[in-house]
Design a binder for this molecule. Sequence first.
Ligand code: SAM
Length: 233
Amino acid sequence: MRKVGTIIDNLRKGEKAPDRHENPYLKEALSLSEYLLTQEELKANYLNLFKNKEKPIVLEIGCYMGKNVIEFALQNPQFNILGIDITYKRVVKAARKLKRLAVDNGKIAICDGKALINDILPENALHGVCVFFPDPWPKDRHEKNRLLKKEFIEGLYQKLAPNGFFWFKTDHEPYYLETNKIVLDCGFKADDVQEGEPLTQPRNFLGGPYETAFQKLFTEKGVPFYQRVYLKK
Ligand SMILES: C[S@@+](CC[C@H](N)C(=O)[O-])C[C@H]1O[C@@H](n2cnc3c(N)ncnc32)[C@H](O)[C@@H]1O
């Protein structure tokens, strides 16, 4: 299992960061413990993450600097929103914003998506999963690094509650077509407006429209992107 966030774990236990890791984001992480968890903390406290534990959880994998997590949380108080990413700088910036706005239904974790889905979450744990513009690894020899592989999507299906959603966006056409096929083969059904006409967000996601940081960049450059919402049958 890939483990991320161990430097924060060590700092929170009172250990010193290795010299090359002396950076301001690590120090700031110590003051954000209410909003920023490590992978180890997420595993230990999964059932007690949020103030209102009964609310369904929506997960964003690869949440970058937290734009969506914050917008989803503020506009959907009926859900708890968990965003994960793997870099210290991004998760600290995201958690900083949640703290500033005192968002009580949003949390950030430095955590690997595969570890969370395969090793941490119990079955039926999630109401929704968002994966927006995951790294496409366009070269053939790197394709194995993609997040959305068959085994991962099968795990994701198990971790969603019945009727839970998976919302996927990408600018990379081959990644979209391959993922779309795997997702449907795994048992999801596409939640389209009409046959083949994708929704632009899950039906019960109020507020929006939501635009991710990468979506904004692509849109400004005139690069088209693909998105679809799928439901667990
Ligand atoms: C291309 S960026 C897209 C960011 C954001 N979703 C958006 O649409 O603006 C991909 C993000 O996924 C994160 N990421 C890559 N692999 C990951 C993994 N295994 N688990 C969690 N996050 C990951 C990266 O650190 C990066 O922030």
